[in-house]
Structure formats: structure tokens, C-alpha cells
Design a protein around this ligand. Sequence first.
Ligand code: ADP
Length: 377
Amino acid sequence: MTVRIGIVGGGQLARMMIGPAVEIGIEPRVLAEEPAMSAALAAVAVGDYRDLDTVLAFTRDVDVLTFDHEHVPQAVLRALVEAGVAVHPGPDALQYAQDKLVMRAGLDELGLPQPDWAAVTDAAGLQAFLDDHGGRAVVKTPRGGYDGKGVRVVSAGTEAADWFAALAEDANGGSLLVEELVDFTRELAQQVARRPSGQIAVYPVVETVQRGGVCAEVIAPAPRSAGRVADEAERIGVTVAEGLGVTGMLAVELFETADERVLVNELAMRPHNSGHWTQDGAVTSQFEQHLRAVADLPLGSTEPTAAWSAMINVLGGPAGAAMTDRLAQAMAEHPRAKIHTYGKAPRPGRKVGHVNVAGADLDDVVYEARAAAAAFD
Ligand code: ADP
């Protein structure tokens, strides 16, 4: 019997699940926010994922429900579970990816290493945290942030006044998250897949480079990570997946410090930008793995198929040229590069695609991937 997997959200993550779904005989069905989105090819419905009736109607013809993003409200998720829908990841797990304060409390309960943090409700509370942490800290809005939006480095309690004011108007009330400013040497990401029945598959830890709060490059596996760092990243990933009951793909964003500590930055419970390299550099891509996991099918091997992989994101530029305009030339000049396009309008700074290169030599792989991505600049 063909398994029908419903995906809420029509972005590039949903789009990149379509090919693998077709390959393994799963029928992908997307609920898109708007027509003509990235995953339009598999969109069977267009509507508001915050509206229970819309999502319920969509789930009538699917066997399992999963997500392109983490924004479906808890009330909707819980009503779906109540109605008997198989939701993966489920609301109990997803809450930790939806709210950074809930996440910090949950990670403390699991005893995992993370930056010092506090919930603050006003400038005085923020100032008190600053006084205890060397005068600088990172303030975050607990919900709805992405690509560095909702993250701010501050050195005075008054510097988050606008966010406190916005919270005061929020009917739910609430607090801001403040964290110590971690002096990290690099950022890492650990991906783990977990089935509802408990099977787990662990990918190699990768190095991620962000520019302007946006993921720019990923190197897999993370150079100089073999041994303690890789073991600790894996331990953290598995502990989060099991401890929070995650189903599907989990990404744990990590900071590595000069004294080789690994601290959790944040969680994503879906395929993640740090795992795009697996499409062309691992036996099982994160997109196929996510589908297998949420459908409770046996997981595939996470083994790399080359010594090194590099992933470079392509961002929209001011010229507004579509990736497809440059595609033929980039393909001609970089036949080793695997080019992925998201079919999105190229607004400046917006992720519109990425390039993967895999091979035996790290410098060569990074150079080739950067060159191929630059063909779209
Ligand atoms: P988003 O949800 O927008 O991705 P993150 O919480 O991942 O936000 O933060 C975005 C980036 O800001 C991180 O990748 C990291 O570079 C930086 N950052 C976040 N928290 C801290 C921290 N506590 N100390 C230092 N840098 C941080």
C-alpha cells in the first residue's frame, strides 16, 4: 500500500522531499501557504496552517503528517492528534523547537551543556543578567525567529525595549530569552533521525558557517572533529532525540569553544540546511531519511559516500536574476557540482538554492563548490 505523507508548508524543504518520496514509492502531498511556492509540484491544497479545519481537511487523504517548518500552533497540533492523525514530530516534541525558552528548560532537564540563560521580562531583569555576564549578552525572541531575525547582541538592559514593548501587547504575555555571549571557535550541527518505534540513525557532525545570521556554508564531516568533539556531538544529538521524543529528522545546532566544549544553540525538528550535503554526499539523504522516519520505515545508512562534502547556499542578489537564468552556464563550467534550485523569486538575501560538491580532497571540494555557487552571484 502506498504511504501518503502530508507535508505542512510549501517551502524548499518540502520541495526537496518530493524527489526522494517518489523514489521510494511514497506519495507526497503538500499543504502550501500560497500557490506557486517552492513545493508547488506536490501541493494538493493551499491554505492557512494555523486554521484547524484547513489542516484537518488536508489530513483526510494522508497517512502521516509532517512539516516543512515548525510554526503550526500547539492547539492545532493537539487537536489533530486528538482526531487520530499520525503527527510526526508530535506536539510534545515540537514545542521544544517552537519556543526557545521551552527548549532551554528542556535541555537543562536533560542535563545537556548549553550557554547560561534566563527568562527576562523587563530592562531591569536584562541588566541584572548583563551585570552577571561581563556586560554583553544575546537576547532572543522565544518564538518565530529564523535566519538570525529575533537575535540581538546587547550591552545595556534598555537595548531590547522594543521587544519588551511588543511582548507587553502580546495577549499571551511572555518573556525574552537572554543568553551568555558564547565566544565560540566555530559552529557545528549534529543530525539524528528517529523513528516512532525508536530506531535511531546518526549523521557525522558537520561544520556550519553563518553570515549575517544566515547559513552560508557547510563542511561534512566537520574538519578536525574525529574523537572527542564528534562523540560529544553524537551523545547530545541522541540524548535530545530520545529525551524529547523526536520523530523524523532532528538537527542540533552547536557551538564549539576554545576549550573543546560543545554547547547547544538550538534545535530543528525537520530536515535542516546543515544536512543538504547528504543529498550528494551520503548513502541516505536527510530528505529520504525524514520520510522513512516519519513513516516508521527502517532507516537508511548515514555513511558518507565521499571523504568530504561542501554545501554552499545561493542567496538572491540585488539584480533579481533567477537561478535558472544562469543554470546552463553554471552546469557547463562546473560539471562536478550538484546544483539545487528552489524555484523561489530571488529577493536579496533570500535562500534560492544551494550547490553540493563531494570528493576526496577537502580544499578541492570547497573551492569547486564556492566557484559553482559564485556562478549565480
Ligand atoms: P535563528 O533561530 O534565527 O537561527 P539562532 O539562535 O540560531 O537564531 O542564532 C543565530 C546566530 O546567532 C547563531 O548561528 C550564532 O552565530 C549567533 N548566536 C546565537 N546565540 C548566540 C550566543 N549565545 N552566543 C554567541 N552567538 C550566538
